[in-house]
Design a protein around this ligand. Structure first.
Ligand SMILES: [Zn+2]
Length: 411
């Protein structure tokens, strides 16, 4: 009995201290000064958001924006400022101890190709440009956090490592985070926050995805003359019909989609090739693995059936290439980091908004490292489109929340 109640009591005290810490921290004069600095500096933060956004950062081509972040990190007196092999820009704000080491990040890359006009247009207070919210807001908030902590001389018990990372979007496939956690800061990260996008949400569930490009091949031939031969497009049709019939769990939400198809050369030719692109997602690693296994079996069976149907004449072969893996994971709602984030929001009068999404936090969540993604305040519309716009009304609240959270977690 005693053995059972003792840990429960400990847990109870722990929960209370997580919940109280941010409100208590706000009584600290240095922390108070940092929060005031955030509000006072917000116009400069918005100017930095514009400046960073006007440096193009197409997928896989983040170097120029990365170099700018490197010099901004140096100007802000971060230590050990460097760019890792993947292109992540890393800078350290040492605490009284090396650990806990909190990584605080925002992503450099956009979804926009080279040549996109990224000049920011001002429409009253509204800022319009591709990437102005996602993730120039995150980068600006990260810089504002460093500046406010410096101006207010906030000393943290643990260390904060700031990272402007590459490869968050699309086929970037979280390569910046994978490099950070598996290589450049391997084993050195205790907690993780990324600031991504706008609003005041907290993402604690990381939706993972597996993406495939599947290619079906056969000898092909004349539709009349070579009739009786297995057909790559028809084999793919069988595979798609099987995929379409998958039963997947509603919770945790698990999905599949055949998003693109192609192949064939002519209406009167048995094609020699067909291809499809397939995306599967879930926040639960086991459910994602299960649907992935079903998918691979369906493709294999479809080809066997097609070849059997045509007695192996001109047999079809298939290869499924994994073109994207975003690992799934989640940080439980009752974990210290989520509880701290919720009490930080509460202390600042920000309503609770827990979300799921696919962000840089997926990588640490999948490894069991406490991680969340917060949004950076203000309000953007049309993210990932050329019409992206950012409304800075009360955006300082996002900056303040990021500061208080960083201070609360760097201990
Ligand atoms: Zn983003």
């Amino acid at each position: 009995m005693y053995r059972r109640t003792f840990p429960a009591l400990l847990f109870c005290f722990a929960t209370i201290s997580f919940a109280q810490a941010p409100a208590a921290l706000m009584q600290d004069s240095a922390v108070r000064a940092a929060l005031d600095a955030a509000k006072r500096n917000e116009p400069a933060t918005l100017e930095l958001q514009v400046k960073v956004c006007e440096i193009p950062a197409p997928p896989f081509k983040e170097e120029v924006r990365g170099k700018e972040l490197k010099s901004l990190f140096e100007e802000l007196a971060l230590k050990d400022v460097r760019i890792d092999k993947a292109g992540n820009v890393i800078g350290v704000r040492p605490g009284r101890a090396a650990h806990p080491n909190l990584v605080f990040s925002a992503h450099l890359d956009t979804v926009f190709p080279e040549g996109t006009d990224v000049k920011v247009k001002r429409d009253g207070a509204i800022l319009r440009a591709p990437g102005i919210g996602d993730d120039c807001r995150g980068l600006a908030v990260m810089l504002a956090v460093i500046r406010a902590l410096n101006e207010a001389h906030v000393e943290t018990p643990g260390t904060i490592t700031f990272v402007a990372d590459v490869g968050e979007e699309g086929l970037g496939d979280l390569r910046g985070m994978k490099s950070l956690f598996y290589d450049s800061l391997k084993g050195q990260i205790d907690k993780f926050i990324s600031v991504d996008g706008t609003g005041l949400g907290i993402t604690h569930i990381g939706v993972g995805s597996n993406r495939y490009r599947v290619t079906f091949k056969g000898p092909g031939g004349h539709s009349f003359g070579a009739f009786g031969m297995a057909n790559p497009i028809q084999a793919m049709g069988r595979a798609i019909a099987k995929i379409d019939a998958f039963e997947v769990p509603a919770t945790p939400k698990t999905t599949f989609n055949v998003g693109r198809v192609g192949g064939g050369t002519s209406v009167n030719a048995i094609p020699f090739e067909a291809w499809m692109e397939v995306d599967m997602r879930s926040s639960d690693p086991a459910s994602l693995k299960a649907v992935d296994t079903k998918f691979n079996n369906a493709v294999k069976e479809a080809v066997e059936e097609e070849n059997h149907r045509w007695n192996n004449r001109g047999p079809v072969s298939v290869s499924a290439e994994l073109v994207g893996v975003r690992p799934a994971g989640q940080t439980p709602k009752d974990s210290p980091i989520v509880q701290t984030a919720m009490s930080v929001s509460k202390a600042l009068g920000i309503p609770e908004a827990l979300r799921e999404g696919s962000t840089d936090s997926n990588v640490p969540m999948n490894m069991g490292i406490p991680a969340i993604t917060i949004s950076g305040g203000g309000n953007a519309t049309n993210a990932h489109s050329l019409n992206e716009a950012f409304d800075p009304q009360d955006s300082w609240r996002g900056t303040q929340r990021a500061i208080l959270l960083a201070v609360a977690l760097a201990r």
